[in-house]
Design a protein around this ligand. Structure first.
Ligand code: NAD
Length: 366
């Protein structure tokens, strides 16, 4: 089967869906992989590395010719969708919960679309869990960004010139990104606190050497382990508690998300106004509207001396490792959908059915 890896076209997207190492895994397993020239350049992977690993790099407009599958990071543009023949498999972050129009376009084109966000988070599909791999990168990078912005060192230092006190970091939301942010901030020597509405994570937070901040708000969990949205009373109570606590911290990393819903508002503008000048908030929930009232999605701003970073594609800022991890997830999904190198889509399978967000009626695919 022929797999196509296009160059990502979305502004600010530096990742690539397959890296040379993954070509080296897939090619011997019977896959033929065509990589668009320059597809890996922004992530640090050169065309000749792809060629050496066994990929073909077609010239001009022939990239999509004979494609059985197109693997991408971000969702395809309307022009890219138009280049895919009906029946082609497309894999990527397709935003099924927030981009109904994009999903409808894929359906209308008659392609078979698999969203990496929709891969069930079950043990059998762990190697395909791109939400987790990219959240891990984002959690790490958020701390590095914050450490770069604040005019203060993270560790406790005792020197002949005096003692430097450690930075105080608060992590809001202790899912995959939050736990990685806690671990990274701890490694840099900060004193870290964290909270989540899922009480089950208290133990995980503490095992990483952070203090669990009890704000007295207990949320509910879905069967898949996600948080449910808080009631408006709970949200108000959470904001009030945070307004009091947030000004203690030099750095706040926010990661709180509820799938398919706007990000919960955790930090009101009034709490930012009370923070010390020079403090920094990195809002990893910016793409879903932000956990901070003042976050400008896609931008970095300074308000009352506080830097508020609202970058919407943080994994792309670590494009090399983010791509390596994503490529492993995509490779695992491809091997699941096409064991032995040929597509064999079994929609009775939990992973195949769960990840599929658009497909033509059965008579078209068979
Ligand atoms: P996510 O990105 O949807 O949310 C991030 C965090 O924000 C979650 O921990 C959530 O509880 C928290 N949150 C939501 N509303 C909040 C609020 N108002 N205040 C504070 N925190 C709030 O979630 P995620 O990190 O992708 O995953 C969350 C959980 O999903 C994991 O911890 C785990 O239980 C489960 N999971 C399971 C698997 C698996 O079994 N393979 C893999 C990954 C994740």
């Amino acid at each position: 089967m022929r797999i196509v890896v296009p160059r990502e076209g979305a502004p600010g997207e530096s990742r690539v869906a397959l890296v040379p190492d993954s070509i080296g895994r897939l090619a011997p397993a019977g896959f033929e992989i065509a990589v668009e020239r320059g597809a890996g350049a922004a992530a640090g992977f050169a065309d000749d590395e792809y060629a050496a690993a066994g990929a073909v790099l077609p010239d001009g407009g022939s990239l999509y010719d004979g494609a059985d599958a197109v693997v991408r990071v971000a969702r395809p543009s309307p022009d890219e969708v138009a280049k895919m023949a009906p029946g082609t498999v497309v894999i990527g972050f397709l935003a099924p919960l927030t981009d109904a129009e994009g999903i409808e376009r894929l359906r209308a084109r008659g392609v078979v679309a698999f969203a990496m966000e929709s891969v069930p988070r079950i043990t059998r599909a762990q190697s395909m869990d791109a939400l987790s791999s990219q959240a891990t990168v984002a959690g790490y990078k958020a701390v590095i960004i914050a450490a770069d912005r604040v005019p203060k060192m993270f560790p406790l230092l005792m020197t002949a010139a005096g003692t430097v006190t450690p930075a105080k970091v608060l992590v809001m939301g202790a899912g995959v990104a939050g736990l990685q942010a806690i671990a990274t901030a701890r490694r840099l020597g900060a004193v870290v606190s964290a909270f989540d509405v899922r009480p089950a994570v208290k133990e995980q937070v503490e095992s990483l050497g952070a203090t669990f901040l009890d704000l007295g708000v207990r949320g509910e969990e879905t069967e898949g382990g996600y948080a449910k949205e808080l009631t408006s009373e709970q949200q108000a109570a959470q904001q009030a508690a945070l307004e009091e606590r947030v000004p203690e911290f030099d750095v706040v990393i926010t990661t709180a998300l509820v799938p398919g819903r706007p990000a919960p508002r955790l930090i009101p503008a009034s709490a930012v106004a009370e923070m010390r000048s020079g403090s920094c908030i990195v809002d990893l929930a910016a793409e879903a509207g932000g956990n901070c009232e003042l976050t400008h999605p896609g931008e970095e701003i300074v308000r009352d001396g506080v830097t508020i970073v609202g970058f919407t594609n943080v994994p792309s800022l670590m494009a090399s490792d983010a791509s390596r991890l994503y490529a492993r997830n995509v490779t695992a999904l491809l091997q699941h959908l096409a064991p032995g190198g040929e597509l064999d889509l079994d929609f009775d399978d939990e992973i195949t059915a769960g990840a599929c967000v658009a497909r033509p009626p059965a008579e078209v695919t068979s």
